[in-house]
Design a protein around this ligand. Structure first.
Ligand code: 6GU
Length: 246
């Protein structure tokens, strides 16, 4: 997977992506990152990239031309027509299924805006997808792009080790993860649930499933509606959750 990020703050992207699992994936050749400074495509002698909004109002708007030129340059450098994703709170809300879908691409371009947004004509000319990471407003698209890149990268084959990808995880099958414990057996008077020390694998699996069901019902009842539940799951929930709504 080759990522390109168009931004006014390329250092922000590089610092974040070069650490941890994404950093290892870059070193091992599973992903690559090119951060592109939109300011380098300004034709203005003061390297301006923004101006006042037509019609008035607060803040500045990023001009179409530097963004257009940066996108065209990237399209020339990549073999295929890459998807160009504009990070904006007005976009489709990112989730695990979108992460999996994007992981199937060979290249992804992220466009990060700042100020009061970018000139609509740049969006019309270049952008193929708009993505949001949730219903709140960030100062710019960089953190949002990093969130998407992280979630997509761990879906790219080879990025996670066998052990890491064996981790059953929240949102697989729309259930939240069960609680985990490690040594010591007792901490501040709190004991690890007895069943986890029993060595009885079938009972442990059953307990973990029940914990997942409880957590999802309590914190994310919206997810539970989409989960694949059998009769045993349903009976457990009916007996353990007061106002179960499915
Ligand atoms: Cl993608 N960008 C900005 N600026 N704010 C956001 C967002 C994106 N997603 C949620 N809030």
């Amino acid at each position: 997977m080759d990522y390109y990020v168009l931004t006014l703050f390329p250092k922000m992207i590089e610092a974040c992506i070069s650490t941890s699992i994404t950093g290892r994936a870059i070193n091992n050749g599973y992903i690559s990152m090119t951060s592109v400074n939109i300011r380098d495509y300004s034709t203005d002698r003061h390297k301006h990239v923004d101006d006042y909004p037509y019609g008035g109002g607060a803040g500045m708007v990023m001009q179409a031309e530097p963004i257009y030129r940066a996108c065209e340059d990237i399209k020339m450098r990549t073999k295929k027509k890459p998807r160009i994703i504009y990070m904006t709170p007005q976009g489709r809300v990112f989730d695990q299924s979108i992460a999996k879908e994007l992981a199937g691409e060979e290249e992804l371009v992220f466009l990060c805006g700042h100020y009061e947004g970018i000139d609509e004509r740049a969006i019309e000319l270049e952008v193929t997808d708009c993505l949001s990471i949730g219903d709140y407003v960030l100062t710019g698209g960089e953190l949002a792009a990093l969130v998407v890149i992280d979630a997509v990268s761990r879906m790219v084959p080879g990025v996670l080790s066998n052990e890491e990808s064996g981790i059953s995880e929240s949102f697989e099958n729309n259930l939240l993860e069960y609680p985990q414990y490690t040594r010591p057996e007792e901490f501040m008077g709190m004991k690890v649930p007895e069943i986890l020390l029993s060595g009885h694998h079938a009972n442990i699996e059953k307990w973990r499933r029940q914990q997942s069901l409880l957590r999802t019902a309590e914190s994310r009842p919206d997810l539970l509606k989409k989960a694949d539940l059998d009769k045993k799951d349903m009976d457990y929930l009916k007996n353990n959750i007061k106002n179960l709504q499915l």
